[in-house]
Design a protein around this ligand. Structure first.
Ligand SMILES: CC(C)(COP(=O)(O)OP(=O)(O)OC[C@H]1O[C@@H](n2cnc3c(N)ncnc32)[C@H](O)[C@@H]1OP(=O)(O)O)[C@@H](O)C(=O)NCCC(=O)NCCS
Length: 376
């Protein structure tokens, strides 16, 4: 089996009209639109509409889609209980996994995989995951949860519920852009997991729970926490090069670098780097300067290994700057990515065939079962 076959590189698993990647040129498109243009001109809500319905909304469609999202900003009491318990015992991504499941308990559409039911569930999940995540975090710190504010859009409301103070317009927009960049990414591990699960004709929540579990891994969404933890461990700008050298000399991977598809810098990393530069220029009081450290890390890893950044390298310090603690970064990614996962589940259910690859068997050849005396 070749190295490519091992990770299913280049294998076409499904037909999909949602997201495409040009890995040679570093271009990411949602429904044909370059993500660089989407972050320039659209909100996360518009992008969710695009992913779920195939087109950007007109003014009326956007108003009604946003109203649906705001109306869905509520969680049932039995889910509140799961969240409050999780805050005592579970790490954030363990909690997210459980909460994704708990949100199905009394979902009115749980028994249906019809496109309309799936669209309603998608809207609920996009609105509810930020609520459960923010509630979990505030409970974890012994604080009262902040209820959603119907006046606020997705990004501002998410920051408000988590931090308990209204974000500045600039911070809310930064988070809006990060959310757009997190929203989907073609056939990555968690999306593949979601589609494999959905292809058994089970429900959307089950597929999302599997996707959350896959995202948790450090080689996938868990890399943003790993990046920030690495920066914190290094501690200061002047120690970056030595720390990178040490990790590479010990044969360790450096989080935030490398990608299975991109041969050039991940376009999301380019956008996030510019955002990082701007936000850290605005506030000179942050010590150490996580952005400057990240930039030095980028330079050193390139010099040593020729590796370029992926989405998680610069998203880590930007999210940390926004007030998300290190151990919450992957959960935050999950809350954004549910838009893409849901779009893929809807697409899978619309044209389904159970996904059932095969293996290259490497075990013992066919042999006779010893009779019981010979085994004694
Ligand atoms: C993303 C990732 C899983 C892609 O994996 P992949 O396509 O299987 O690539 P490989 O792991 O086979 O890497 C190919 C080579 O580059 C090296 N490499 C890849 N990413 C590296 C990294 N982040 N740090 C150091 N070396 C790395 C591998 O060690 C390997 O070297 P080798 O051929 O000498 O053994 C991998 O780059 C990685 O683990 N990155 C760090 C985690 C991360 O940031 N994940 C987020 C992805 S968006």
């Amino acid at each position: 089996m070749s190295q490519n076959e091992k990770g299913l590189r280049g294998v076409v698993a499904v037909e999909s009209g949602i997201t495409s990647i040009d890995g040679e040129r570093g271009i990411l498109r949602y429904r044909g639109y370059n993500v660089a243009d989407l972050v320039e001109h659209c909100t996360f809500e518009e992008v969710c509409h695009l992913l779920l319905h195939g087109e950007l909304p007109d003014a009326d469609q956007l108003a009604s889609f946003e109203e649906g999202l705001r109306a869905a900003r509520t969680i049932p009491t039995e889910v509140e209980a799961v969240v409050d318990d999780s805050a005592r015992y579970a790490r954030p991504m363990e909690a997210m996994r459980s909460m994704g499941s708990a949100l199905s308990f009394s979902d009115p559409d749980k028994a249906s995989n019809d496109p309309e039911a799936n669209q309603r569930k998608a809207v609920r999940l996009i609105s509810q995951l930020p609520i459960v995540m923010a509630r979990y975090r505030r409970r974890y710190y012994g604080l009262e949860p902040e209820g959603p504010d119907p006046e606020l859009d997705y990004a501002a409301n998410f920051l408000w519920m988590l931090r308990g103070e209204l974000p500045s317009e600039e911070d809310a927009r930064v988070f809006d852009i990060v959310s757009i960049l997190h929203a989907d990414h073609e056939m990555n591990a968690s999306t593949f997991a979601a589609r494999v699960i959905a292809a058994t004709c089970t429900d959307m929540h089950s597929a999302i729970v599997g996707a959350i579990a896959a995202l948790k891994g450090p080689l996938h969404g868990g890399a943003n926490e790993w990046v920030m933890a690495t920066l914190k461990r290094i501690g200061s700008e002047d120690k970056v090069e030595a720390a990178v050298d040490e990790m590479l000399d010990q044969g360790k991977k450096i989080p935030g670098f490398g990608h299975a598809i991109y041969k050039v810098t991940d376009p999301r990393a380019i956008i996030l780097k510019e955002i990082g530069r701007k936000v850290f220029d605005r506030v000179d009081s942050i010590e150490p300067n996580w952005f400057a450290m990240t930039e030095r890390m980028e330079r050193r890893v390139f010099e040593r290994k020729g590796l370029v950044p992926n989405v998680d390298l610069y998203s880590a310090s930007v999210l940390y700057y926004l007030g998300f603690p290190v151990d919450l970064l992957t959960a935050l990614f999950a809350a954004n990515r549910v838009a893409g996962w849901a779009a893929h589940v809807i697409e899978q259910h619309l044209d389904n065939r159970i996904i059932r690859p095969t293996i290259n068997y490497t075990g013992p050849p066919a042999r006779e079962l010893p009779v019981s005396q010979e085994r004694a």
